[in-house]
Design a protein around this ligand. Structure first.
Ligand code: RM4
Ligand code: MN
Ligand code: MN
Length: 396
């Protein structure tokens, strides 16, 4: 018979899924160059195969987010093949990420571009992405815009806001009933003076302007230092506007380091706000948990397994908070007791319970070890090494 905390952990983990990014499996770098890993994925098929490995050993990553330009070179035509490949490797295509920041036409923006023809091109690409989502049975269209400006006075901030609202509204009209538009924000980079969707409240206003199926996407790396991210999460939950997360960690800016590698308590506090919301409302928050990191030195698949396992641990810890006691302590302003509810749960070593859960679900107790023993990395390095070396590490 599982003990009561054990049952809580089982229930939490049975319900927890986290989506992997296809772009996290290919060689990427910093703006100074790339360090090549011979085993990294070189094609969409290889990205899906590698993501399938993470799911096989952790059991909690059944879907893979894709970037249209990088994974669907022929747009909608590539969709059936990608969906079939995903199935072959035991995963499904998850969120569709339009790419309206790479083409030359987007030099001065996409939906916020002063040129109506460019705005239309961006909108058309988003509409194509929605079409792709229909083919892949994906629920979420995940929108991140690089739009902004670099010097004061060079862009009409108000007009661009209106163009964004217009473009998002037009995109929303094409959604099927079960789809969602997720609007991501980011304070700076690549634009360094103003970014059109710079924070959660701008994303919230634009999501509201877009229509009832639009929500806000919180990328944990997209905040200023010291910003209280869990408060943003609590507010979005209370407004029923939290659509999903891009998890990663950071020390300085949008560093895209491994989730919870720098500050695990941050992710725990986010999960805690969600668990408390679910406890108080009695309903499950409808949130897409996704990873958005593309670290370039650790082994890609190992890093994703590490991420999934850490996410499970922190999610389980948050489930262990004694919510009844916490609410009572909060009401009486018993500050130390209230805070201790969080600290107790965070300090609990959930790993033995998670090992038990894995055993009960037919998963390896130590996913990283099992993956290492499979020899997959060595095989991939042999098969992909030459292709990766030929691609080179330079941007020149
Ligand atoms: C951004 C943001 C988006 C990602 C792009 C490539 O910083 O996090 O989610 O798709 O990078
Ligand atoms: Mn992101
Ligand atoms: Mn980012």
């Amino acid at each position: 018979m599982p003990s009561q905390p054990q049952e809580t952990v089982y229930r939490a983990l049975d319900a927890f899924r986290i989506e992997l990014p296809s772009w996290g499996f290919a060689n990427t770098g910093t703006r100074f160059g790339k360090f090549i890993q011979p085993e990294a994925a070189t094609t969409t098929e290889e990205k899906l195969a590698d993501a399938g490995q993470v799911h096989q050993y952790t059991g909690c990553c059944p879907t893979v987010a894709v970037h249209v330009l990088w994974d669907f070179p022929e747009g909608t035509k590539s969709a059936p093949e990608a969906a079939a490949l995903a199935a072959r490797y035991g995963v499904r295509i998850g969120a569709i990420n339009p790419n309206v920041f790479q083409d030359q036409i987007y030099k001065y923006g996409s939906l916020g571009n002063p040129d109506a023809a460019v705005r239309k091109a961006a909108l058309d690409h988003i509409l194509d992405s929605i079409e792709i989502a229909r083919h892949t049975a994906s629920r979420d269209i995940s929108l991140w815009f690089a739009d902004g400006s670099n010097f004061p006075g060079t862009a009409n901030i108000r007009r661009r806001k209106d163009w964004f609202a217009e473009g998002l509204r037009a995109s929303h009209q094409k959604l099927s009933a079960e789809m969602r538009l997720l609007v991501e924000y980011k304070p700076f980079e690549p634009a360094f003076y103003h970014t059109d969707i710079a924070d959660w409240s701008m994303a919230l206003l634009l999501a509201r302007a877009a229509g009832p199926q639009a929500r806000v996407l919180v990328d944990t790396g997209h905040h200023y230092q010291a910003q209280n991210i869990e408060q943003i999460v609590a507010w979005l939950l209370s407004e029923d506007m939290l659509g999903g997360f891009h998890f990663n960690d950071r020390r300085y800016a949008d560093d895209d380091l491994t989730m919870a590698s720098i500050d695990p308590y941050q992710i725990f506090r986010i999960f805690h706000e969600i668990a408390l919301f679910e406890f108080e409302t009695g309903r499950k928050a409808d949130i897409a948990y996704m990873v958005d990191q593309s670290h370039n030195l650790k082994g890609k698949i190992e890093e994703m397994i590490q991420t999934a396992v850490t996410a499970q641990e922190l999610y389980a810890k948050a489930a262990l908070v004694d919510h009844g006691a916490l609410v009572r302590h909060q009401e009486k302003c018993e500050l130390v007791d209230a805070e201790e509810c969080l600290k107790d749960a965070f300090a609990t070593d959930v790993r033995p319970m998670i090992r038990e859960w894995r055993r009960a679900r037919g998963l390896p107790e130590n996913p990283l070890k099992a993956f290492r023993e499979s020899g997959y990395v060595e095989r991939a390095a042999r098969e992909r090494g030459e292709k990766n070396a030929a691609a080179g590490g330079s941007y020149a």
